[in-house]
Design a protein around this ligand. Structure first.
Ligand code: AHR
Length: 320
């Protein structure tokens, strides 16, 4: 445990005495006076923006000083940001790793500096899971499986599918592909006829689909690893004279507001929610890690599936 955290713990009884009843201490949460570095992956999607806002908002509410870095989709920027936070002596680091591999050296540097690292949203592949305090994320394999099961049911197990993958090497791209493939395995007439990355971006989803719809006019379904790419693909399908939502079924993952609007408009058929509002869980974990508590290696965020028929009723409840 870092010296600063030890000092905080030592002072805790004194601080509680000063507040009288600790539960009525107003904003005096244990996050107060913490300085946390948040190494965000980028701003490629509406989901990512919602995650950034959730973490920023939670830091403000807890009186945490947050140092924020946007890696703009480049792992080297993110590694630099983590090194910068270590050099500044932050109390803990929140990291949303762009890709799964390549983290061992910088995580070892954080460990040597006794700075706990809380992973949010995406996991890493390392030889020793003691290099990070905990991971708070959705089960991406299950999300892919849910999308496949929905499509199998909707099509009676028969579909020519174009898959739009997320960022190569990113945990959700790897796992959502795996989950979907597992889900369609029992349906020999469900075939992925083309699969390409759109980097989780709306513009790239559109661009990739423009080419793929020309090469594969026999498609009957699109499976996109996130809503933004699906929304881009919908534009490309329409431009190619197809009717997304009707002659081409579209299923994606995230559950952002624009996806609900597209479902309400009949262009998107289904979205599997992936909750980006990770701020409260992330700072609960940070506080425990800074206090030297051992955390479970993974906390799985629960996701739900929404179909077009639920969109109008659900839209007013969407928080992102
Ligand atoms: O890691 C979560 C994924 O990253 C979201 O599904 C996607 O929209 C984002 O960019």
């Amino acid at each position: 445990m870092k010296k600063r955290a030890l000092l905080l713990l030592a002072l805790t009884p004194f601080l509680l005495t000063q507040c009288g009843d600790g539960s009525k201490g107003g904003d005096s949460s244990s996050s107060n006076s913490l300085t946390i570095g948040f190494a965000q992956a980028g701003a490629e999607s509406a989901w990512r923006t919602a995650e950034t806002e959730s973490i920023t908002r939670e830091a403000e509410q807890r009186g945490v000083t947050l140092k924020f870095s946007d890696a703009q989709g480049k792992q080297e920027n993110q590694i630099k940001a983590v090194r910068g936070f270590i050099a500044q002596g932050v109390d803990a680091i929140i990291l949303a790793p762009i890709v799964e591999t390549g983290w061992e050296p910088v995580l070892k540097e954080a460990q040597r500096a006794e700075i706990p690292v809380v992973l949010v949203d995406r996991g890493v592949q390392v030889s020793d899971d003691g290099l990070y305090a905990t991971l708070i994320a959705s089960d991406f394999v299950a999300e892919g499986q849910m999308a496949a099961d929905w499509l199998a049911k909707k099509t009676g197990g028969k579909a020519n599918i174009i898959e739009l993958q997320g960022t190569p090497g990113a945990a959700p791209a790897i796992d959502r592909k795996k989950g979907f493939e597992q889900g369609i395995a029992a349906h020999p007439e469900m075939k992925i006829i083309a699969s390409q990355s759109g980097d989780f971006r709306r513009s790239q989803g559109k661009e990739v689909m423009e080419a793929l719809v020309k090469a594969h006019p026999n498609l009957t379904a699109v499976y996109a690893h996130n809503d933004d790419m699906a929304l881009g693909a919908i534009q490309a399908l329409e431009a190619a004279g197809k009717k997304p939502g009707t002659d081409v079924l579209v299923v994606s993952i995230d559950g952002v507001k624009d996806a609900f609007i597209a479902m309400k408009d009949g262009q998107l058929n289904c979205t599997v929610e992936c909750n980006p509002l990770l701020g409260p869980n992330a700072f609960d974990a940070v506080e425990k890690a800074v206090a030297g508590e051992t955390l479970p290696k993974k906390t799985v965020v629960q996701d739900r599936l929404f179909e077009a028929s639920q969109a109008a009723a659900e839209l007013p409840n969407r928080q992102y």
